[in-house]
Ligand binder design. Structure first.
Ligand SMILES: N[C@@H](CCC(=O)N[C@@H](CS)C(=O)NCC(=O)O)C(=O)O
Length: 205
């Protein structure tokens, strides 16, 4: 087996999907958490001055999307056919869109713009995303999003919903009207390897 090291900050952020994928696949990896000086001395050695970086037998892979696709291919978490691979990609890209909208809200300086961006996330982004997941689940027999086994798509959806649910003040009753999404969330959360990881996971921050 190759040696894997995932370098990222202590927070979940863009590193958590890879951590969840290692957990789901039951693969060992070095979970390197860098902050402050340790990050600043690593930064110039990274391919693009940012983390996450996955080092595989000495080769550094940057860009979280490239890392998750690499791991999905390595660990059989990418579906079986080109269409299934592409459906996984669609979810990764859709989640990026959701994150972009959330960033507009989190980083807005002006209070009016912040309130508008928040309303747009609540009224448009989240319902659109949850309805889309529901439609895909219904078309796939309400099990997983792609095929009959968990893929990177399910794990990535779990990861972002988990962040929303961890913030009940901002996203109250998030999944109340979306029972199929709630079931998917619980299904992924209770995959034995994922449950084991979550039970021992460090708090975010
Ligand atoms: N598109 C990149 C963005 C990476 C990125 O923005 N990394 C941030 C943390 S989430 C970072 O390294 N920030 C510290 C810095 O730029 O010095 C990815 O998805 O990996």
């Amino acid at each position: 087996m190759p040696s894997y090291k995932l370098s990222y900050f202590k927070k979940q952020g863009r590193g958590e999907l890879a951590r969840l994928m290692f957990a789901a696949a039951g693969k060992e990896f070095e979970d390197e958490r860098l902050e402050g000086e340790t990050w600043l001395s690593f930064k110039p050695k990274t391919p693009y001055g940012q983390m996450p970086v996955l080092t595989v037998d000495g080769t550094m892979i940057n860009q979280s999307g490239a890392i998750s696709r690499y791991l999905a291919r390595e660990f059989g978490l990418y579906g079986m056919t080109n269409i299934e691979n592409t459906t996984c990609d669609i979810f990764l890209e859709t989640i990026n869109d959701v994150i972009q909208d959330m960033m507009k809200y989190y980083y807005a300086q002006d209070e009016t713009k912040k309130a508008e961006a928040f309303k747009s996330v609540q009224d448009n982004t989240i319902p659109k995303f949850l309805k889309y997941i529901t439609t895909i689940l219904e078309g796939n027999g309400n099990t997983y999003l792609v095929g009959s086994e968990p893929t990177v798509a399910d794990i990535a959806v779990f990861d972002i919903l988990d962040r929303f649910i961890a913030d009940p003040t901002t996203y109250p009753g998030l999944l109340n009207a979306y029972s199929a999404v709630q079931s998917l969330f619980e299904r992924v959360k209770t995959v034995p390897n994922i449950k084991k990881y979550l039970d021992g996971r460090l708090s975010d921050g």
